[in-house]
Design a protein around this ligand. Structure first.
Ligand SMILES: *[C@@H]1O[C@H](CO)[C@@H](O)[C@H](O)[C@H]1NC(C)=O
Length: 420
């Protein structure tokens, strides 16, 4: 036998050791503790050099942000921010600047609460952030600033359990418990109607927003984990002004087969040629976040409960972490449910490779499916009767994270408030 050339030998061993490292990586991920840390990445954050209790250091005006603690029904304490809209701030600037600064144990004693309750036209956006970091990580604060520029629009954002200053450890039922607790707080303690509330999620936060929306639309749904701790007081089915999902994906196993950490490190993609090993590893995924299935249930529940539903899926074409085709898959799951039983109107505009076809919105793909609501002919008299409306907008720019701060997302939120 001819000896391998040294170069080939080196290449062989390099590849073999890469394979070995990858095997160790995958085996380690089978451990639930490591898996939770890898999935939620809640210990990777800048809290060591950023002070979340000094929102001014993130560019907010003095006391524009009120940090406060919120208790969940299962005994965790979530660290949250309330962000005042710029118009309310400008109208009460002196009073706001004189208010005591710093975190509050009880939001209802703060100036932010007072101004929110005093405005009969107030809107709330509940923001659900993605994995890793804390509520002021990366582009998240720019998202709040952007939302604060909308009139009357207050933003609520919390760190899920185990993230930032929040207590506990993250898990799918735990994070859903947190999202439900925050939304329930807005609807009950803040007495803010769902019809003036938008749920906004990005990345993993889209899965949280979807679960929260399903809980409030169909409180007895079987499509949420049974181990969620629900608030003691049950509410009748609610219809939000809108649900805006940015960079979403059908489920975690489906995401992992294409996901690249920071657009570079593949997670399960190398297993694609080995479907048996892939299937085996998938079975070990503890938190599967079946978002497309939950949204399908939401679309069905809205029909059954005669609740209006407005759902916008936005995705950047240049998202390096989550391919926009996964966002389109989520849209298609909901579209299928809408087509199953209803009279619907549809739009599909798609920029082709040759680039001739123009897309009215979203630059790349725009799709929508909508109930044809009988008996609501004139636009002005359409009050009170909202059918179901689901849209997909694939925008050209924004990547995975920054896209939430871009105007198309702001417009989706604004349209949702205007639709009610
Ligand atoms: C909020 O909760 C955390 C965790 O329980 C606690 O350390 C902190 O002191 C609380 N903040 C206030 C203002 O009560």
């Amino acid at each position: 036998m001819v000896a391998l050339e040294p170069v080939l030998k080196k290449a062989y061993w390099t590849l073999a050791s890469l394979g070995g490292v990858y095997a160790i990586f995958i085996i380690a991920l089978l451990n639930p503790w490591i898996q939770h840390h890898a999935l939620y990445a809640h210990k990777i954050h800048s809290g060591f050099w950023h002070d979340l209790n000094k929102p001014e250091s993130f560019g907010f005006a003095r006391n524009q942000v009120t940090p406060f603690n919120l208790s969940t029904p299962d005994g965790e304490t979530l660290y949250c921010w309330h962000i005042l809209p710029v118009d309310a701030y400008a109208a009460h600037e002196r009073e706001i600047a004189r208010a005591p600064a710093g975190p509050s144990d009880d939001f209802s004693t703060t100036i932010g609460y007072k101004l929110l309750r005093a405005d009969p036209e107030s809107h709330i956006v509940i923001n659900f952030h993605g994995n890793a970091g804390h509520l002021a990580q990366g582009w998240r604060t720019s998202t709040y600033s952007s939302l604060a520029s909308l009139p009357h629009t207050h933003t609520l954002a919390c760190d899920y359990r185990g993230f930032g200053f929040s207590t506990g450890r993250p898990s799918e039922p735990g994070i859903l418990t947190d999202g439900i607790a925050l939304t329930h707080y807005a609807l009950t303690s803040l007495a803010h109607p769902a019809s003036r509330t938008v749920l906004l999620g990005q990345s993993l936060g889209t899965s949280v927003a979807a679960g929260v929306a399903l809980h409030f639309s169909a409180p007895s749904t079987l499509d949420l984990p049974l181990s969620i701790t629900r608030p003691a007081e049950a509410l009748p089915p609610q219809s939000f002004a809108g649900i805006v999902l940015v960079a979403t994906f059908p489920s975690l196993p489906e995401l992992l087969t294409s996901y690249r950490i920071r657009g570079v490190v593949p997670v399960l993609a190398p297993l694609r040629p080995y479907p048996k090993i892939g299937k085996f590893v998938e079975k070990w995924i503890v938190d599967t976040w079946p978002t497309a299935a939950r949204l399908t249930a939401l679309v069905a529940a809205a029909k059954e409960g005669k609740l209006g539903l407005r759902l916008s899926v936005l995705h950047a074409r240049d998202d390096p972490d989550i391919d926009w085709k996964l966002g389109e898959k989520v849209f298609e799951a909901m579209q299928k449910e809408m087509l199953r039983d209803g009279q619907v109107a549809q739009v599909e505009e798609r920029r082709s490779v040759v680039g001739v076809e123009r897309v009215s919105r979203g630059a790349f793909v725009y799709r929508a499916v909508e109930d044809v609501v009988v008996g609501v002919a004139d636009e002005e008299g359409a009050e009170g009767k909202r059918g179901r409306f689901v849209e997909l907008e694939v925008v050209r720019y924004g990547g995975h994270n920054r896209v939430v701060t871009y105007t198309p997302v702001l417009l989706a939120v604004k349209r949702a408030f205007a639709s009610v």
